[in-house]
Design a protein around this ligand. Structure first.
Ligand code: AMP
Length: 420
């Protein structure tokens, strides 16, 4: 039996599933939030993905709804979880569905970029919990496919990102359609003014729980800044990717175009990479994530928005091909490695124009990231030189094979292609 969760008030119908998931000890946010949420109190959680916040709000939500023992009504859910991205909505849906196994609760996820008819059909069949992105949710309420008048529990997840992505009006419109008597929860990694204002508007005497994001960056992730000219970033990245210890990596770029271009260039180097960003269709994003998750691709090139909330295990490295505009995004990015207690490494490629950004990141995390200068001429895999001097590169690459068995076949293929 899972006594530590039982002690927080989680009932036995969920503890078996918790055990199955390997959750033995509640995380900090879980032990702080669960008892209050079970009593119906509002909660303001300052915490990012990776802290266990989904189960922190999900378990009490499921338990409260399940204890009422009601049949799901068509179009009228009792709980609504709002998330900024489709990926996060899917992830929350999957985690809650897993924990809801022992109940008769019905869950549906709603997001844009796919046809609305299957979603409408599911709502019409009866639904208890909706996990949604704001735009499509409003489309469906305005067409009367969904009625928010029975919402008992409302969760805003990653509220800062909802604001960043311009969803404030939509979120306010949605909240106005829900009853005032609801229980409200707001989670946000950072608390800029507008999130604070929204929290004041919608929460009623909330319990505030803060899980310091700094610990995530400081404790388990080895960080490094590689000082490099912008034109040398690509060859430097490629040589770093081929190091033995890099087994699964996410590479962050600032723009969607940059993500696409870099993924193509990496593929041309024989590195199986997928790109994920907001301009891709839902199917293409799912496919990319699946390929990365199951190991068909070992590199995922991503933009901030697309990668937020992605939870893929065993990411050994995060590379910042470019530093983000907001220092907070750095913390979110590198949090994609070192998931659930594992260790990880984060390497940032910093060109002279980005030094200010690097300093802003260091101010936020509270320490100086070790810097290293790279002599580009000494790199083993120099794709930029490959065009001019294929023979030299091939010789260097075959040396690299010997120390890099995991990626050997891909590189050999690459070398053959270049010789041909
Ligand atoms: P979240 O912050 O909700 O995205 O959770 C981050 C990761 O931690 C997910 O992979 C969860 O499955 C995992 N997790 C959450 N709570 C626990 C727990 N109490 N014990 C072990 N793993 C957990």
């Amino acid at each position: 039996m899972n006594n530590k969760f039982t002690a927080l008030g989680i009932s036995s119908r969920f503890t078996e599933t918790l055990q199955e998931a390997g959750y033995q000890t509640p995380t900090k946010i879980q032990s702080s939030a669960i008892p209050d949420l079970l009593e119906g109190r509002d909660v303001l959680g300052v915490a990012q993905t990776g802290t266990g916040k989904t189960a922190a709000f999900g378990l009490p939500l499921l338990q409260r709804l399940a204890s009422a023992n009601r049949t799901a009504k068509p179009r009228c859910p009792r709980a609504l979880v709002l998330a900024p991205t489709r990926e996060l909505a899917i992830q929350i849906f999957e985690e809650l569905s897993f924990f809801a196994k022992g109940t008769s609760l019905r869950l549906t996820s709603i997001f844009g970029g796919v046809g609305q008819n299957p979603q409408v059909k599911k709502l019409a069949k009866g639904v208890d919990i909706v996990i949604a992105t704001p735009g499509r949710l409003l489309d469906l309420t305005s067409q009367n496919h969904l009625d928010l008048g029975s919402i008992e529990i409302l969760v805003l997840d990653e509220a800062d990102r909802l604001m960043d992505m311009g969803f404030i009006r939509d979120v306010q419109k949605i909240i106005r359609q829900t009853p005032r008597s609801r229980q409200s929860l707001l989670f946000s990694a950072t608390m800029p003014k507008e999130v604070d204002k929204l929290a004041n508007e919608i929460l009623n005497k909330p319990k505030r729980i803060e899980v310091a994001p700094k610990q995530v960056t400081v404790e388990k992730i080895t960080q490094q800044a590689v000082m490099v000219d912008s034109l040398d970033k690509r060859p430097v990245l490629i040589s770093l990717l081929f190091k033995d210890e890099v087994t699964k990596a996410i590479v962050f770029t600032r723009t969607k175009h940059g993500a696409n271009k870099l993924a193509k260039q990496l593929n041309n180097e024989g590195i199986s990479a997928e790109a994920i960003h907001g301009n891709k269709s839902q199917n293409a994003r799912n496919r990319a994530l699946q390929n990365f998750s199951n190991g068909n691709a070992w590199v995922l090139v991503a933009t901030d928005v697309a990668a937020r909330g992605i939870d893929i295990e065993k990411v050994s490295h995060v590379f910042n091909f470019e530093l983000p505009h907001e220092p907070e995004s750095y913390v979110h990015r590198i949090g994609r490695t070192a998931r659930a207690g594992a260790s990880g490494a984060a390497v940032s490629l910093v060109d002279p124009s980005e030094i200010k950004r690097l300093k802003a990141v260091e101010r936020l995390i509270g320490f100086a990231i070790p810097r290293e200068n790279v002599d580009v001429s000494s790199l083993p895999a120099r794709s930029h030189v490959a065009v001019v001097q294929p023979a030299t590169v091939n010789a260097n690459q075959s040396n690299a094979h010997q120390s890099n068995s995991g990626k050997r076949s891909r590189r050999r293929h690459n070398t053959r292609r270049k010789v041909a």
